[in-house]
Design a protein around this ligand. Sequence first.
Ligand SMILES: Cc1cc2nc3c(=O)[nH]c(=O)nc-3n(C[C@H](O)[C@H](O)[C@H](O)COP(=O)(O)OP(=O)(O)OC[C@H]3O[C@@H](n4cnc5c(N)ncnc54)[C@H](O)[C@@H]3O)c2cc1C
Length: 270
Amino acid sequence: MATFNEGTREIAEEIDARLRENPEFSRRLGEFGFIELEDTWGDETTILNTARVSTSNRRIRRVEDLTEKDRNLLFHLLSQHHGTPFETVYFRFRFIAPIFVLRQWVKHRISTWNEFSMRYRKPISAYYVPDKAAVTVEGFPVLTPDQIDRYAALMEEIFAFYETEYQEACRRIDEAASDGRLSGEKKDPAARNPYRARARELLRSAMPVSAYSDVYWTVNFRSLMNFFDLRTKENAQYEIREYARTAYDLFARKFPLLSDLYKKAGNAPG
Ligand SMILES: Cc1cc2nc3c(=O)[nH]c(=O)nc-3n(C[C@H](O)[C@H](O)[C@H](O)COP(=O)(O)OP(=O)(O)OC[C@H]3O[C@@H](n4cnc5c(N)ncnc54)[C@H](O)[C@@H]3O)c2cc1C
């Protein structure tokens, strides 16, 4: 694993802190991967109350007060794929995953993304290394440990390249600034140095898709079910599947009744 830069060390410390502070709803994936169900909005009552607006004035305040009839209605809505009532419950996940996983995840357009920026910061200096399960198909290892070692060495080289070239760019920028050769110096002391920012923008092109990135993902339950459906199946790539299955476990832990009915309705993963 490449030597962690300062920002990456901070993220690693933050992951450790979240695993301690919110152990029930956070998980590590591999060496640097991470996912946490940080927050949710709404619950089973929200779904039932919004669905019932068309048929009844009865409203439920607490999940503990749900009757058999309420549970039957929830089951009916899930099994008949009623759409909009499920759009009223929201989830905010934070996950740290390789960029190639993010490229698949971001295709789930009905959701909101906020992602780490390599324009404003140096890259996260950690990269994905496939473990034994990841390289094995039907008992056959498609890559040998030697190949993984060579891959890791190449990744190390790329991260070292970034660090060396960025330092060199910063050295030249600072030298030019002290010689008074820079006209575009920032006027506002709080603004970012535009020369360093441009160097980061250019050098990020060298980063591999195995580099980790950091995302807040906000999604409603309807879209989340679609994500579970598509990304926990065997035909989804192993890595995103691992994240999707973990996200499902966190969801099920938070909403035992909803996940139970979702399973009984035959739509849930596993
Ligand atoms: C195994 C697998 C392999 C894949 N391979 C590829 C690949 O090679 N290349 C690639 O680019 N993608 C690939 N995808 C991504 C896939 O095509 C979808 O983009 C992705 O799964 C998101 O699904 P979605 O559109 O249902 O989700 P969302 O974008 O979250 O949309 C949710 C739902 O909203 C509706 N919706 C959203 N946008 C529109 C729209 N513009 N018009 C009409 N309805 C809309 C649809 O009903 C959709 O199901 C793959 C996905 C899987 C699971």
